[in-house]
Write a protein that binds this ligand. Sequence first.
Ligand code: ZN
Length: 148
Amino acid sequence: MMLKENPYPMIERPFKILGIEHIGIAVDDLNGISDFFDELLGLELLSREKIDDQQVITDIYETGSGKLEFLKATDKNSPISRFIEKKGTGMHHIALKVDNLQAALDYLKGQGVQLIDTSPRIGVEGFKIAFLHPKSTGGVLIELCEKK
Ligand code: ZN
């Protein structure tokens, strides 16, 4: 079988993925969450934050190797409300840690990847974050984040 010629020029990748930062989960209600994840599994609730520009409240639990980020909408126009309307509650996105977010976005854009955010914005825990469109990632919403 002939391999297809690589359509991309060989450019050195100017960033590194450092691991899974968290998994984002869309929920209707945060109250039942702690009963299971805190009381039964013994995970520590690290923070509860209201993120105004995304119209969500987040509860973040530490698992020891990657966090769980529960997202509840604060408004019916929140992206999380629209997600739950279409797909129901459940896994919303995977966040990957990256060493240089802007370099990653510029590189991926140059490779034809569809970006939701073309430049970093400030997300939960003060991280710089940006989302990639699921059309380019095999159907999963991917968040890239860089710890300042
Ligand atoms: Zn996230």
